[in-house]
Design a protein around this ligand. Structure first.
Ligand code: ADP
Ligand code: SR1
Ligand code: MG
Ligand code: MG
Ligand code: MG
Length: 404
């Protein structure tokens, strides 16, 4: 493509850069003096510019050769932008309603131009902190997950296409390695990156490091994360990777995408809903003011799972006679065989989903990267109470029954 060799953008450099890419300049219309460019990145890793011109707009996202929230001391591959663009395109192919369209990808610049999800779209996590109900969220996100996971798996693909796609995704190993480190390893040892609300949670963090049964389960989940090439997973599907309005749901930021266990995505999303739930008492202005909202979050957890199962099975039912190679129609040729196959598949997914959800909750309380749901509770004592409840709830997983 047209990009020069890598150079880091800022607002001015982004404007100069866009003038060299005709399809982007044309999308904006006018001339550089008419363009409004603003850096709005609030994620942990990258720079994100909103670019608006007289005719149109887009988002320009650029990876840096390091982890933004840590700095240059933690180098990180620019290739993450390539995997993000590739995953966005695949997700857009199978679930276009839920994904911003990619307009342009510049590999050497590690830069992606994509649809600007215009206001009133906001990051779901912020909406959850503000107590906003999203009536279509469970339906939409379960649709996104069922389609992206089903259509990239061996339930839909033949062995060659599945292996080829999986092999290509293996190269996103630096991002997978980061996840291994910050989700499956560091929270269970003394690590300089770890932090928690201290001194309130000192004992709780120690208990996590010393819980042998927990650590053995986490090792098993880590092995599944590293070894299971089941489907193209988003890889970072928390509530900061979803933008919403009352009627629209869009999934962004799949830079961690790889062929991994389907349960990793479902577990990530549900874990972040639980974190939102447990943070509510910290945001409640008067006691009980968020009680109805808490009920809605728990209902959404339950709906996400049950709608995901229903939608995933529906895709599978449509495909039996031109199925992927996992369950060939000649072998699974009776309703009984098909029903049992689906039941076993979903049971396995459920157990792994809860396990991954547990890991995701723990890492957000005692690991390197916390969530705004909790961090925005200014009173440390109040925050610690919310975080402790979330950590204790993890022990009652595996079961999706909401907290008493
Ligand atoms: P990171 O990889 O650093 O987490 P994200 O892709 O999550 O970056 O983007 C960071 C922020 O930029 C998001 O929280 C959101 O506010 C904004 N953003 C990203 N993509 C879009 C988009 N397509 N439309 C509107 N805003 C976006
Ligand atoms: C350095 S850890 C940064 C975290 O932010 C990303 O969004 C992922 O969740 C990653 O684990
Ligand atoms: Mg992000
Ligand atoms: Mg990201
Ligand atoms: Mg997480």
């Amino acid at each position: 493509q047209h990009g020069k060799l890598y150079h880091k953008l800022d607002e001015k450099a982004a404007s100069d850069y866009i003038t060299t890419i005709p399809i982007l300049a044309e999308k904006l219309g006018g001339s550089p003096a008419d363009w409004d460019i603003r850096e709005v990145g609030d994620g942990n890793l990258n720079y994100v510019y909103i670019v608006v011109g007289p005719r149109g707009s887009f988002i320009l996202k650029q990876a840096l050769p390091y982890v933004r929230c840590v700095g240059e001391s933690w180098p990180m591959t620019l290739e993450r932008a390539y995997f993000e663009a590739k995953a966005l395109r695949k997700e857009f192919e199978v679930a276009p309603e839920y994904v911003p369209e990619v307009y342009y990808f510049d590999h050497p610049m590690a830069a992606i131009a994509m649809r600007y999800l215009e206001p009133p779209h906001i990051i779901l996590r912020k909406g959850l902190i503000d107590g906003i109900v999203y009536p279509r969220l469970a339906e939409h996100i379960s649709d996104f997950m069922s389609k992206t996971l089903f259509y990239t798996s061996l339930l839909a693909l033949d062995t060659h296409r599945h292996k080829e796609a999986a092999a290509q995704s293996y190269a996103n190993m630096e991002m997978c390695r980061l996840t291994e480190q910050v989700i499956f390893t560091e929270p269970y040892m003394e690590a300089a990156n770890n932090h928690w609300t201290s001194p309130q949670l000192d004992q709780d963090a120690r208990a996590v490091r010393e819980d042998i049964e927990l650590k053995v389960e986490v090792a098993e989940l880590k092995a599944k994360f590293c070894e299971r090439t089941q489907a193209l997973v988003h890889g970072d599907l928390h509530t900061g990777s979803v933008m919403v309005t009352e009627t629209s749901t869009k999934v962004i930021d799949p830079e961690f995408s790889f062929y991994g266990p389907m349960a990793f995505d479902v577990g990530a999303f549900i874990a972040n809903l639980f974190l939102a739930f447990f943070s509510q008492d910290g945001h409640s202005v008067t006691e009980g003011a968020r009680d109805n909202y808490k009920k809605w979050i728990l209902q959404t957890v339950s709906d996400v799972w049950s709608l995901f199962v229903a939608k995933f099975k529906a895709e599978w039912d449509k495909s039996w006679d031109h199925a992927g190679y996992a369950y060939l129609p000649a072998v699974y040729n009776t309703p009984a065989a098909r029903t049992l196959s689906q039941m076993r598949f979903i049971e396995d997914l459920f157990v792994d989903m809860l396990g991954f959800a547990a890991c995701k909750m723990i890492r957000r309380i005692v690991g390197i990267a916390h969530v705004e749901d909790m961090e925005s509770i200014a009173d440390a004592a109040k925050r610690a109470v919310c975080e402790r409840k979330a950590l204790s709830y993890v022990e009652s997983l595996p079961s999706l029954d909401g907290p008493a």
